[in-house]
Design a protein around this ligand. Structure first.
Ligand SMILES: OC[C@H]1O[C@H](O[C@H]2O[C@H](CO)[C@@H](O)[C@H](O)[C@H]2O)[C@H](O)[C@@H](O)[C@@H]1O
Length: 587
């Protein structure tokens, strides 16, 4: 399956990917970063999957989310008739459930179900039991139950459970898969129909709070729902994507685990949610942040688990071949130990915005902001790994320094606007010093562009953010010069690559990657800010055209193969849909 052949369902603790052929190929339980019990996405069906489709097989004829929900409806038009399947995860109750309801539409359609649970990323084959109409699977710490009125056939040797049945018009056949730790009592059964009503209501209630009124409202609402689905409800942490190791190059090794909470990605997400009026999420994330950094506010990590834990060691799942052979499959992320200067600025920017939007003030938030700023004052001159998490040598990245400027700027603004206490003259002086240094060392006057790092001839798409961050006004000629240079040197097939990996081995990694969707949206934003609205709108339309049939975007796009690549769905990309729509809607 192509990455765009998947749709997302989730319960704000975890998420599953459902393929067009009716197979759930990815699901980690009980939360986003738990081991997968369906890992066919990164291997073969034998790595775990749950197929439910017409026995004739093949992809569905059409699919959509029920209006303003994350309830997926897939429809098959077959020779003998038509059938629909509704897939969703109800809001988390006692335990995680995946609900699939088969609805006969027309004629009589033979259906087939095949459930292969493989706990621990496809490795653990469970014991299977089928007694009194209840199916159970157990392996080590994991247990799962399947409840359905359809008779099941358990193949103990193949550790596989199948069912064959026929549906006619008006038939509704539910399947409910429930997970629990194996040492806990079996969770109570849920009613599939009631939980469908509850799930629809929950998503619609949430999206009804959307304050966005500009053009492209359907695209914005779809992206907001996706971002909400990437939020871990118990803590307010937000994951960068629902998957690990979907490759940045088909067959390549740039495969990373995104099921964690990056301060950068979460700040971007929060800013998009707040711009649409979602203050409760901002409050939950601020409180998550205060807990995550408690005890060491200055020694901020660039990413945490959704619970706020710090240790995220990277290791390879050597028994999985990877998506279309793209290995390794990585779990954990070594970037968690990197020094990335920009996260301080992004975090302070986000907290400042939260205060500006009237979020209930807590005293610890300003203490945290001051503590971060104190730390930054001592380290901003250091080379770092940058926002692209370079695994090559640390450098004086221009974007990182600009975010140090953002940090000082937002602290000054907070004192000026809210009368908060702090050494504001010192912060003003620092702000000026950083700006002078960046304009002297990070700008190539000969070529009329800012550069990737001090003294480099390379460019970086992150420089497109300069006007939006307020570092220089959009009408400064150095901004236009940088945008023009990026259009000349980083645009491929009309979209933007992050940087040139081949340039001085800057990222320390083999291979290449696709065009980076967020950066392509940033170009549209920058063009809009420069008053070049027609090309901005055209680029935005082409980017919207890369979404799959249910509106989802991964991290990157391979223009040669015309397919999505990288982790999916990716918060960065969906944040960008919202921001660019808003930028274009602005007068
Ligand atoms: O390109 C190498 C790096 O790729 C990943 O980082 C990217 O994803 C992060 C999460 O969305 C994002 O914050 C970052 O800006 C992106 O470059 C990966 O997580 C890194 O381990 C890897 O070095």
């Amino acid at each position: 399956m192509r990455i765009e052949d998947y749709a997302l369902i989730g319960d704000m603790h975890t998420a599953a990917l459902v393929a067009r052929d009716g197979s759930v190929d990815w699901l980690c339980l009980p939360r986003f970063d738990s081991p997968a019990c369906f890992a066919a996405l990164l291997g073969e069906p034998g790595a775990g999957r749950w197929l439910l489709a017409p026995a004739s097989g093949g992809p569905c004829s059409s699919r959509r989310y029920l209006d303003d929900t994350l309830v997926l409806e897939s429809t098959w038009e077959c020779d003998g008739g038509a059938v629909r399947i509704l897939d969703f995860m109800p809001p988390r109750g006692q335990a995680p459930d995946v609900v699939r309801i088969v609805e006969g539409v027309r004629g009589r359609v033979g259906m087939r179900m095949e459930l292969m649970l493989r706990f621990d990323y496809g490795r653990d084959e469970p014991w299977l039991r089928y007694e009194h109409g209840l199916f159970a699977a157990v392996a080590g710490p994991d247990a799962a139950w399947l409840r359905t009125p359809v008779p099941l056939c358990v193949d103990e040797d193949a550790r596989r459970t199948t069912a064959e049945f026929t549906v006619g018009p008006g038939d509704r056949v539910p399947f409910v898969l429930t997970w629990q730790h194996s040492w806990l009592p079996r969770p109570d059964a849920i009613d599939a129909q009631e939980s469908l009503t509850g799930a629809e209501r929950m998503w619609r209630d949430w999206i009804s709070g959307c304050g966005y009124r500009g053009d492209d409202g359907a695209a914005v609402r779809g992206s907001l729902l996706t971002l909400k689905a990437l939020t871990y409800a118990p803590t307010g942490g937000i994951v960068a994507a629902a998957t690990t190791s979907l490759p940045e190059q088909i067959g390549g090794s740039r495969n990373w685990d995104y099921r964690y909470c990056w301060l950068r990605d979460a700040s971007f997400t929060l800013q998009a949610l707040m711009s649409a009026g979602y203050d409760a999420e901002a409050r939950a994330w601020r409180d998550w942040l205060l807990r995550a950094v408690a005890g060491h506010p200055a020694a901020l990590q660039i990413m945490y688990t959704v619970e706020g834990a710090r240790r995220i060691p990277e290791w390879s799942v050597d028994w999985l071949p990877g998506y279309e052979g793209s290995s390794p499959v990585n779990v954990g992320n070594a970037a968690s130990g990197q020094f990335q200067l920009d996260v301080y600025g992004e975090t302070l920017d986000c907290l400042h915005l939260a205060r500006q939007s009237g979020l209930a003030v807590v005293e610890e938030a300003w203490d945290l902001q001051r503590s971060i700023m104190d730390y930054l004052e001592g380290v901003w001159r250091r080379p770092d790994n940058g926002l692209w998490e370079m695994r090559g040598p640390r450098r004086q990245f221009v974007h990182s320094k600009i975010l140090a400027w953002v940090a000082a700027d937002r602290m000054v603004q907070a004192v000026e606007a809210f009368g908060l206490g702090g050494p504001v003259d010192r912060w003003r002086a620092l702000r000026r010093e950083i700006q002078d240094e960046v304009c002297a060392q990070g700008y190539d006057a000969g070529r009329g562009t800012f550069t990737q790092y001090y003294g480099s001839t390379g460019l970086d798409a992150a420089l497109l953010l300069i006007p939006r961050l307020g570092f220089l006004p959009a009408d400064d000629p150095r901004v236009a010069g940088t945008v023009d240079a990026i259009q000349r040197e980083l645009v491929e097939d009309g979209f933007v690559v992050r940087y040139r990996p081949e340039h001085e081995g800057v990222d320390g990694l083999p291979g290449r990657e696709g065009i980076f969707l967020a950066c392509s949206f940033w170009l549209a934003d920058a063009l809009a800010m420069l008053g070049r609205r027609r090309p901005a709108r055209d680029l935005f339309d082409r980017l919207l055209g890369l979404r799959n049939d249910v509106g989802l975007l991964s991290e990157e796009y391979d223009t040669a193969r015309r397919r999505q690549i990288g982790n999916f769905p990716q918060a960065y990309s969906h944040v960008s849909v919202i921001n660019t729509a808003a930028a274009l809607a602005a007068p």
